[in-house]
Design a protein around this ligand. Structure first.
Ligand SMILES: Nc1nc2c(ncn2[C@@H]2O[C@H](COP(=O)(O)OP(=O)(O)O)[C@@H](O)[C@H]2O)c(=O)[nH]1
Ligand SMILES: [Mg+2]
Length: 293
């Protein structure tokens, strides 16, 4: 089939993307599988496994911020625009030699606007999937298990799903942090996002207390707007949207647990149809019967 296989690892800063990539590389090595690791975070600092391609050899966020007087978000967008202009030399040529038994792992930066606001990642992905490279790809979107950030994170995962039109594996990371502390039933509300999480007690930090007599709040005062009924309605509508989609569900990931990493990898393999290309085809029984009969 002469194809290539890859995944792009996305999600907010600190979600555990790079840690997940390292765990995955270790797991692939343990199972005698090859991988090709690409770092596209121009501000990344250390790696357990040295990347085969590192964007910092092309451009670094630090240089861009210093020389162009840009902030971290603008600087990152600049880095990616620069990357897109240099795709052929920097990525395509090197990836052309990567064969079908490799899993190409692309470790991305955490600036969320990259996934929700600008069509840069879609342009990168369509370059990788099309043309001479023809990589069968999927996206892994990581969110850490954190109630306060969960719905905003789910919306950004949905936004990335819609922009990229790729098979998507959503992953809830850092499960080791809640091991033995969260009831199975409570966890299930994250795995299949439950909109009633939004209506939980105010001390959860997710909802703003509804105050009597406040209709829509004073538009000049954020605190008061968020206490108003219309804000609560907006929250419910957004929750309903996530619910209606029911496309967003999460796999649990504990990077310290080899089985957990293996389970996530098997979803990724399915999404990119990795095994179909590796295994020799079994003779078709029906066909053999027909020939014999
Ligand atoms: N306890 C725990 N910490 C994690 C896990 N994954 C990442 N971290 C920590 O979270 C921080 C951010 O991780 P990193 O992989 O760099 O996140 P990235 O910004 O998404 O690439 C680091 O301090 C990691 O050590 C995990 O599964 N469990
Ligand atoms: Mg990282």
């Amino acid at each position: 089939m002469g194809s290539k296989y890859g995944m792009i690892v996305m999600g907010p800063a600190g979600a555990g993307k790079t840690t997940f990539c390292s765990a995955l590389i270790q797991h692939l090595r343990n199972n005698k599988r090859s991988c090709f690791y690409i770092n596209l975070d121009p501000a990344a600092e250390e790696f357990v496994y040295e990347p085969d391609i590192d964007i910092k050899e092309l451009i670094t966020l630090e240089d861009v911020m210093e020389e162009l007087h840009l902030g971290p978000n603008g600087g990152l967008i600049y880095c990616f625009e620069f990357l897109l202009e240099n795709l052929d030399d920097f990525l395509t040529e090197k990836l052309e030699t990567v064969t079908e038994e490799y899993l190409i792992i692309i470790d991305m930066p955490g600036q969320i606007e990259l996934y929700t606001h600008v069509p840069i990642v879609p342009a990168l992905v369509s370059h990788l999937r099309g043309g001479s490279l023809n990589i069968s790809m999927c996206a892994a979107y990581l969110l850490e298990i954190d109630r306060a950030k969960f719905f905003a994170g789910t919306l950004s995962a949905m936004s990335a799903m819609l922009m990229l039109e790729l098979p998507h594996v959503n992953i809830l990371s850092k499960m080791d942090l809640v091991k033995g502390q969260v009831a199975r039933k409570e966890l299930k509300r994250f795995i299949d996002p439950d909109i009633s999480l939004l209506q939980d007690a105010p001390e959860s930090g997710l909802v703003y207390e509804y105050k009597d007599g406040v209709d829509n709040g004073d538009p000049g005062d954020a605190q008061s707007v968020m206490a108003g009924e219309s804000f609560a309605r907006l929250n419910r509508a957004v929750g309903q949207l996530i619910d209606d989609f029911s496309l967003v569900s999460f796999l649990k990931l504990d990077v310290q647990d080899e089985d957990s990493v293996g389970a996530v990898l098997s979803y990724i393999d399915d999404a990119i149809q990795y095994h179909e290309a590796q295994e020799p085809r079994e003779p078709n029984d029906d066909l053999m019967d027909a020939e014999m009969g």
